[in-house]
Design a protein around this ligand. Structure first.
Ligand SMILES: Nc1ncnc2c1ncn2[C@@H]1O[C@H](COP(=O)(O)OP(=O)(O)OP(=O)(O)O)[C@@H](O)[C@H]1O
Ligand SMILES: [Mg+2]
Length: 269
């Protein structure tokens, strides 16, 4: 199951992605945590893993990947870029691991004038569409702030979008926008309320539909301090164990629904 974590800047996407990945691994799942945010560097550190070689660079950089995307023919299909691939085909240098979570970094804009991030979005979309992960494994994708990854079609390659909502009006507006776009893409979206206390939770709930809320994560100074000090996240908030259970059940239910669905109608000639 492929899960994209979205939301407003600073709402807690990377924190939620790293903690959810770890909580799923604790529950015995295979987990790949994908850093698809082209500007921030911190996800592997939050997960407690070394930073791996960047996939875009391993595959030849922007120019090399563009060339491979454009020159594909039946004879030279390249895994990840233009043909389906398995976890075993990911270059080993591009994976690090901590607490049972594998970490992969898609691409980063490192230098002024390097060009836009479109190529990183395009590679992320191909990576997610072509990755043949076992049905009970989880791929958790941390994205950049805002809705740009929707414009690039990354959403369509995922099974579930988690929109992180922090206690700001902008975050609520952004969640509404994300829900609209997810509906257009035909992908389920659930909300994760973050940085709450009892009063904040009640105020947020008053503005949102209860059935859309998958988890509520309280404000937790330990998380904040780990991030401030540049350490791996040490807290294991119970809300994340619940969120991990929620996504596991969601995955099982959607798998059962897709197996139970009748085969597509075909006209006999
Ligand atoms: N539940 C929480 N309790 C306390 N602090 C939190 C919580 N969740 C996130 N934070 C803090 O909020 C800040 C932003 O978190 P994070 O980097 O995960 O957000 P983000 O949405 O990934 O940001 P960006 O848009 O820049 O990628 C960090 O300082 C982080 O420690
Ligand atoms: Mg982030």
């Amino acid at each position: 199951m492929k899960i994209m974590v979205s939301g407003k800047g600073g709402s807690g996407k990377s924190t939620v992605a790293a903690l959810l990945a770890r909580a799923l691994a604790r529950q015995g799942r295979d987990v790949l945590l994908v850093d698809a945010d082209e500007s921030n560097f911190g996800l592997s550190r939050l997960a407690g893993a070394e930073t791996p070689e960047i996939l875009l660079e391993n595959l030849g950089g922007r120019a090399g990947v563009r060339e491979k995307m454009n020159s594909a023919s039946d004879a030279n299909l390249i895994p990840i870029i233009n043909r389906p691939f398995t976890m075993a085909e990911i270059p080993a240098a591009c994976l690090t691991e901590a607490s049972g979570v594998k970490v992969l970094v898609m691409g980063k804009v490192k230098h002024f004038g390097e060009g836009c991030a479109c190529m990183i979005g395009a590679l992320t979309k191909r990576f997610l569409s072509n990755l043949e992960a076992p049905a009970d494994a989880f791929v958790i994708v941390d994205t950049e702030a805002g809705v740009e990854h929707f414009g690039r079609g990354v959403d369509g390659a995922t099974n579930l979008i988690l929109a992180v909502v922090d206690p700001t009006f902008e975050s609520i507006l952004m969640a509404g926008k994300l829900a609209e776009m997810a509906a257009q893409a035909g992908v389920a979206l659930k909300l994760v309320l973050n940085k709450t206390d009892l009063r904040i939770e009640a105020a947020l709930r008053a503005k949102l539909k209860p059935e859309d809320i998958a988890a509520v994560i309280p404000q937790d100074d330990a998380l904040f301090l780990d991030s401030l000090e540049g350490r791996a996240l040490s807290a294991e908030p119970p809300a994340l164990t619940e969120l991990a259970r929620f996504v596991s059940t969601f995955g099982e239910t959607s798998r059962a629904a897709s197996t139970a669905a009748p085969p597509p109608f075909r006209t006999l000639k």
